[in-house]
Design a protein around this ligand. Structure first.
Ligand SMILES: *Cc1c(COP(=O)(O)O)cnc(C)c1O
Length: 496
């Protein structure tokens, strides 16, 4: 299997795509073809469990990795002490809707599912490419959850260093504390005086800085990415779409081959895109409900075909989706247009120059065949949390609630739909204060750790130990840099 740059520049093997993270022309690596999953394989996933499903799917994409390598990588990533309940837990809330909990990993967000595996894929890739013998430097921009999940995945991994940038005042208290207390000799965490888009743009600039690349080369280092621009982040996410479907069939909710809808709380468009790849591989999907918060650029895009980032940036109670430039949309456009790299390059140039582009009527029609876009404000998000708790005794976090509400809105608008699986991306404890206030609007303002206690009392849910100890761990990283200082900060960390 080969991977092509969405802007037409390069075609590389899987290991090279993962090692590089991003193509030299600024494009993202996309698979040349989408391998099929047979109905027999699909059926086997529910019976055999998550790990064999992951091996089966990854084998199709990561040609160049041996079966033994993949097996060992998957088994180390999804070991029981990292995911005591497994990487994906399907909970049925109603007759026609279930949530797929993807946050039972070490950092309580769905990003663990990919980021526990990525270090294995990346260190193996190092031995298969021209980057052999060099040390990998992982750069990540985070809206909160990627940072910690990547730190947790890469801390202490030999032959790697990791540098995480997060928007100062743009992440939740728990998210920030998770990152600033990170232990490990090979980790650096820096706050950026800007929002997530600034941090992400800064990291992309560092990747494309030729002079810096030269310095790295001289010092036996090379950059890679832990963001969902890296194919090694996306491929593992395809697995749980198939797995969830297999469980829905096993539970008798849908017949094998019958279509289901997926509702996905979306920011950088990585999670939902993994679903689109699953569809391309044969998963019976009716529709992807793309759910945004007040940063509604994707909902508008899906409804109009025009992407326009020129709008106010909102800080919301679902901060992991406070994003106006969704990187992975580029991959979707590449596939939707039948791999029209010149068109994709053109739109990305317009986005950089004018802040907007229009994909035209034909492409919009194709887009709307698969995707419906909705957005949900903070008030409706909190109301949804309160209602689902009252009705189903189920407590969801702010991001999941955005998707649950988008699913309800979609049903109202279309007069009903098939079985829907709503992806649940974080533990409610991770965003404890807004969740607590949703259940008890009279709750006073309090610090995040008091809110976690309060939420546990109110809901009867047990606080995970790693969350409880967070309030007492020493802060090890407290540096903040301006956007223009990001390159300098990387040089300082690496001493180059
Ligand atoms: C990252 C994240 C999202 C958005 O996922 P994308 O792949 O960026 O679209 C949603 N919810 C939570 C909790 C996240 O951490």
């Amino acid at each position: 299997m080969l991977y092509q740059s969405t802007r037409g520049g390069e075609t590389v093997e899987a290991a090279q795509a993962i090692a590089q993270g991003i193509a030299a022309d600024g494009g993202l690596f996309a698979p040349e073809t989408l391998p099929a999953v047979t109905p027999g394989e699909m059926e086997s996933f529910a019976a055999k469990g998550y790990i064999p499903a992951a091996e089966c799917i990854l084998r199709k994409y990561l040609t160049g990795y041996t079966d033994a390598e993949l097996k060992s990588a998957v088994r180390s990533a999804y070991r029981e002490d990292a995911f005591p309940d497994g990487p994906a837990v399907l909970k049925e809330l109603t007759e026609d809707a279930a949530v797929l909990e993807l946050w039972h990993g070490p950092t309580f967000a769905f990003k663990d599912v990919a980021l526990q595996l990525l270090p294995h894929l990346l260190t193996l890739a190092g031995g298969k490419t021209s980057e052999q013998k060099k040390e990998i430097v992982i750069l990540a921009a985070t809206s909160g959850d990627t940072g910690k999940a990547a730190l947790e995945g890469f801390a202490g991994v030999p032959g790697t260093k990791i540098i995480v940038f997060y928007p100062q005042a743009g992440v939740s208290v728990v998210q920030e504390r998770q990152m600033t207390t990170q232990k490990g000799d090979n980790v650096a965490v820096l706050a950026v005086k800007g929002n997530f888009d600034d941090a992400q743009a800064g990291v992309k600039r560092i990747f494309n800085d030729r002079r810096l690349a030269g310095r790295l080369e001289e010092n036996g280092l090379f950059f890679s990415s832990a963001n969902s621009i890296n194919w090694g982040r996306l491929a593992p996410q395809i697995v749980y779409y198939f797995y969830a479907y297999a469980l829905a069939v096993k539970n008798g909710r849908v017949k094998a081959g019958e279509k289901v809808d997926f509702a996905v709380p979306t920011g950088n468009f990585g999670n939902i895109l993994a679903g689109f790849y699953a569809l391309g591989m044969g998963l019976p999907v009716g529709r992807f409900i793309c759910a945004s918060n007040a940063n509604n650029v994707l909902a508008d895009f899906i409804n109009t075909g025009r992407y326009d980032r020129k709008r106010a940036f909102h800080k919301t109670i679902s901060p992991s989706m406070d994003i106006l430039v969704s990187s992975n949309l580029e991959r979707l456009l590449y596939h939707l247009t039948g791999k029209d790299a010149p068109a994709v390059s053109g739109w990305m140039k317009l986005l950089a120059r004018d802040g907007c582009y229009d994909i035209g009527a034909e492409n919009k029609k194709t887009l709307q065949k698969y995707f419906s876009g909705y957005w949900v404000d903070d008030g409706a998000t909190q109301k949804t949390i309160a209602e689902t708790f009252a009705r189903h005794k189920y407590l969801m976090d702010t991001h999941t609630a955005v998707a649950w509400k988008a699913c309800a809105d979609h049903r109202r608008q279309t007069g009903g739909a098939g079985y829907t699986i709503v992806l649940s991306t974080a533990s409610p404890f991770k965003f404890a204060l807004p969740v607590l206030k949703a259940l008890n609007p009279d709750a006073p303002d309090m610090d995040a750790f008091a809110a976690i206690e309060g939420l546990s009392e109110l809901s009867g849910l047990k606080i995970p130990e790693a969350m409880r100890e967070l309030g007492h761990l020493p802060v090890l990283h407290d540096k903040a840099v301006a956007v223009e200082q990001m390159t300098g900060a990387v040089r300082d960390v690496l001493a180059i």
